[in-house]
Design a protein around this ligand. Structure first.
Ligand SMILES: Nc1ncnc2c1ncn2[C@@H]1O[C@H](COP(=O)(O)OP(=O)(O)OP(=O)(O)O)[C@@H](O)[C@H]1O
Length: 310
C-alpha cells in the first residue's frame, strides 16, 4: 500500500504537488493520470525519497521509503528507462542493483527471462532500443519481488507485443495482491489496464475513482446524420448541449436518440444514422481535466468530441 498524506512539493514559485492525500490500494492496478506537469512524476519521486517534500509524507508499507533497509524488496519503480549507464551490460546493471539489496544472481537471471531480455543480457544498455530499455527498467523494478510496483509510462516505446506483455504483467502483479501504480498518457491503454484511477491536475487530486465510475460519470453522445446535414444542424442546435461535426455526421450531447429521432421526424428530415455512443475514458478524462491543462496548443477544444474520440 502507498499512503500519501497532505503531501506538498514546491519548486520555486511552482507548486508541483499541492496538499495531496490519497491511498493506493493493493490488489488492483491504479492508473495515475493527469495533464503534463500535473505532478505525477514528482509524486512518484517523493514516494521513492528522491526528493524531499515541503510538507506531508509518503509511506510505503507503513514507512517512508528511506527507512526500509532493503528498499528494492519493498518498492520496484521504473521512472526513467534511460537512467542506465549506456556502457553497462544489462546483466551487470541488474547484478549491481541486486547486490546492494541482498538479492542473489539467480533472481537477476529470473527477471531477465521474465522481461524477455535473457538473450541480450550481455549487451550494453546503450545499444538497446527504447522498448528494450523499458524492459530492462521493468526488470530492475521487479528484482526484489516487491509488494509495491510503480511504473512511469511503462508502455512508452513498446511494440504491440510488448504492450500486451506489460498489460498481462500488471494484471498478474495485481492479482498476486501487490500494489500497482502506473502512469500513462494513453487513455485507450489505461482503459484496458487500470481498475482504479487517481487523477491529478496542477498538483491537486481531481479524482480517486474506479475506472467504471469514471466512465459512467460522463454521459456519452448521439451520432446522427441526415440527408440534409445543414438543416439537421440548425434543428438540433437550440435543443442540445453541444452539436459538433463528427465526420459526415453530427455528435450531439444533452439529448437521447429518441428525442433526436422525434425532432427530425417532426421536421420531415430523413435520418441515415442514429447511434448512441458511450463515453470513452478519454472523453471523461478530457472533461475532468480541461481546466487544469498547463500546456495547451492553440487549436483543439477538449470538448470537441471529434478530438476526444480520435
Ligand atoms: N526538478 C524540478 N525543478 C523545477 N520544477 C520542476 C522540477 N520537477 C518538476 N517540476 C515542475 O513541477 C511540475 C510537475 O511536474 P511533474 O514532472 O511532476 O509532472 P507530470 O505530471 O509527471 O508531467 P508529465 O506528464 O509531463 O510527465 C511541473 O510544472 C514541472 O515543471
Amino acid at each position: 500500500m502507498i499512503e500519501i498524506r497532505d503531501l506538498t512539493k514546491r519548486y520555486g514559485s511552482t507548486t508541483a504537488v499541492d496538499h495531496l492525500t490519497v491511498t493506493i490500494a493493493p490488489g488492483v492496478v491504479t492508473g495515475f493520470l493527469g495533464p503534463n506537469g500535473a505532478g505525477k512524476s514528482t509524486t512518484m519521486r517523493l514516494v521513492l525519497g528522491l526528493d524531499r517534500p515541503d510538507s506531508g509524507q509518503a509511506l510505503v508499507g507503513g514507512r517512508p521509503y528511506a527507512r526500509h533497509e532493503e528498499p528494492l524488496r519493498q518498492v520496484g519503480a521504473l521512472l526513467d528507462a534511460r537512467a542506465v549507464h549506456p556502457g553497462r551490460r544489462a546483466v551487470d546493471h541488474l547484478r549491481t542493483l541486486a547486490a546492494s539489496n541482498g538479492i542473489g544472481p539467480a533472481r537477476v537471471r529470473e527477471v531477465l527471462e521474465l522481461v524477455g531480455l535473457a538473450d541480450v543480457a550481455r549487451s550494453r544498455a546503450g545499444t538497446f532500443s527504447l522498448g528494450m530499455g523499458q524492459r530492462l527498467g521493468i526488470a530492475a523494478a521487479l528484482l526484489g519481488d516487491p509488494p509495491v510496483v510503480m511504473l512511469d509510462e511503462p508502455v512508452n516505446g513498446l511494440d504491440p507485443d510488448g504492450i500486451i506483455w506489460v498489460r498481462r504483467l500488471l494484471r498478474s502483479l495485481a492479482d498476486e495482491g501487490r500494489t500497482v501504480l502506473v502512469s500513462s498518457h494513453l487513455m485507450s491503454e489505461m482503459a484496458l489496464i487500470a481498475d482504479h484511477l487517481v487523477i491529478l491536475g496542477r498538483g491537486r487530486l481531481l479524482a480517486d475513482v474506479s475506472l467504471a465510475d469514471m466512465i459512467a460519470s460522463t454521459s456519452g453522445h448521439v451520432r446522427v446524420a441526415a440527408t440534409q446535414p445543414d438543416a439537421l444542424h440548425s434543428l438540433l442546435r437550440p435543443h442540445a448541449t453541444l452539436v459538433t461535426p463528427d465526420g459526415d455526421a453530427l455528435a450531439v450531447t444533452g439529448m437521447g436518440t429518441e428525442q433526436v429521432a422525434r425532432l427530425a421526424h417532426d421536421a420531415g428530415l430523413l435520418l441515415v444514422e442514429l447511434t448512441p455512443v458511450h463515453a470513452s475514458l478519454e472523453e471523461a478524462y478530457l472533461r475532468l481535466t480541461q481546466h487544469d491543462v498547463e500546456y495547451r496548443a492553440a487549436v483543439p477544444d477538449p470538448t470537441d468530441l471529434r478530438s476526444a474520440a480520435a
